[in-house]
Design a protein around this ligand. Structure first.
Ligand code: PLP
Length: 462
């Protein structure tokens, strides 16, 4: 009988080489251009039209990886990656992924791997407490904040329209979020049948924070027009500027109006490991669901996003079905995470989160996070000193947004200069109709010398 892998000899040899390759990558990552310099189609055309009939050695594959793929890689793990939200595939996280791949578990039911389910429960309990979140929260790991927001809003829909599971939507639901909220809320509205036209984008103040009075008005107007309010989404750390919606005021409105409150702390949540950022959670007791991403700013490799809810019963109600015979078990009170979402199969993501929490320890994680905020403060101060530069939003967490006073064309040209340099990668946003350069500091290896590249290029010396 042919076996796929006759023994582990080649695997071991290639595996040792790969670990060395990865170690060298971490040590020398500064040597790479952050942003890939290829054009669309350049990578694909290096590959044959069809898969091989006869396999090749791991050595050949590593060579191909270096020659064909590496030039087309944008290095998200680079310390000068400042675009979108900088992330870190930390060394502990990479080892967690390696082990998880070896075990290849599928945690659909508790019994399909008790260790997977129970470590997820344990690690999310630790994380919840370390972030200073209320102790009554149930947690579940999914791939992204987009999916977790979808799940949070599905639970909201379940409370606003309890017969939706059987009848589909029979009334028009409304979801409220700020004009600066992430578009994963619109996507969730599409997927849940709520419809993007029923996502009400509430105006914000000069610091890009949702205006509670405008929210109250919108809800009253909608109720009078016969709409059913379904959920309010508060963002703690918006994508463009890191702004923080007023959770205490909005939470009171949600409570009074009896509307599900979903909190999107995908980006900023992890910084509440540090005591001085706990103000972020003021009013969190009123939240029904909360999303935060260890894969954004807690050094856990993509993908690892956490959904917490104080109403797991509602989340379960939204998704659980009487299991078909092939999924029934007699495991009593054991959690079957398949009941809290769409997917049946699920990876052992808790392993990498656990490795990160345990290997670095909370104290070191806090030090690195604080370092990022200090770098952002320094960058913001430096930019403010320059006559030709205007800060377009208050610096929040690791996010700094600025424009050149010379206008949009000049700002865009600067962004292109920075990105073409290979020495840093920044992204853009639009605020008050102006084109802006947006810098997000959050990689575990970032030092001032990486951030300083941006200033050099602003000064025209890069
Ligand atoms: N929420 C916020 C505030 C974000 O900034 C992002 C992405 O940057 C998301 C949600 C979506 O995150 P994910 O890529 O995990 O779906």
């Amino acid at each position: 009988m042919p076996k796929l892998d006759p023994n582990s000899n080649d695997f071991r040899a290639a595996g040792h080489k790969l670990i060395d390759w990865i170690g060298n990558y971490f040590d020398n990552i500064d040597d790479f251009d952050v942003l890939a310099r290829v054009q669309p189609g350049d990578v694909a055309k290096l590959f044959a039209a069809e898969a091989r009939e006869r396999g090749v050695s791991y050595d050949t594959l590593l060579q191909e990886f270096e020659q064909k793929l590496l030039p087309g890689v944008t290095h998200w793990n680079h310390p000068a990656f400042f675009a979108y939200f900088a992330i870190t595939g930390s060394q502990a996280g990479v080892l967690g992924e390696l082990l998880s791949a070896a075990l290849n578990l599928n945690g659909m039911l508790w019994r399909t791997s008790p260790a997977l389910t129970e470590l997820e429960t344990v690690a999310l309990g630790w994380l919840r407490d370390a972030l200073g979140l209320p102790s009554n929260l149930f947690g579940i790991i999914n791939d992204t904040a987009s999916i977790n927001t979808f799940l949070g809003l599905a639970a909201a829909r379940q409370t606003a329209a309890p017969d939706v599971r059987t009848k589909g939507l029979t009334k028009t639901l409304r979801v409220y979020c700020s004009e600066h909220a992430h578009n994963s809320i619109d996507k969730a509205a599409v997927a849940l049948g709520i419809g993007v036209d029923n996502v009400v984008h509430i105006a914000s103040d000069e610091r890009f924070r949702m205006l509670p009075e405008a929210l109250e008005e919108a809800i009253a107007k909608d109720r009078a027009a016969g709409f059913t309010p379904c959920a309010i989404v508060v963002t703690l750390g918006t994508t463009s500027t890191g702004s923080v919606d007023p959770l205490p005021a909005v939470g009171k409105i949600a409570k009074r109006e009896n509307i599900w409150l979903h909190v999107d702390a995908a980006y900023a949540g992890p910084v509440t490991l540090c005591e001085e950022f706990r103000w972020l959670w003021e009013g969190i007791d009123n939240a029904d669901s909360i999303v935060t991403n260890p894969h954004k700013w807690m050094f856990t490799p993509v993908d690892c996003s956490v959904l917490y809810t104080k109403r797991p019963d509602v989340l379960r109600e939204a998704f659980s079905l009487v299991p078909p015979a092939y999924l029934t078990t007699s495991d009593g009170a054991a959690v079957n995470y398949m009941d809290y979402g769409i997917q049946l199969g699920r990876r052992f993501r808790a392993l990498k989160l656990w490795m990160v929490l345990e290997h670095y320890g909370l104290e070191h994680l806090r030090e690195v996070l604080r370092g990022h905020v200090v770098l952002a403060e320094q960058l913001s101060e430096e930019l403010e000193r320059r006559d030709g530069v205007q800060l377009m939003a208050p610096q929040m967490f690791g996010v700094v947004v600025f424009a050149l006073k010379a206008g949009d064309a000049a700002t865009e040209a600067l962004l292109q200069r920075i990105n073409a340099s290979g020495e840093a990668f920044v992204s853009n946003t639009k605020l008050q109709g102006r084109y802006c350069v947006r810098v997000a500091i959050g990689n575990g290896a970032t030092e001032w010398k990486h951030v300083a590249k941006i200033l050099e290029l602003v000064d025209g010396n890069g």
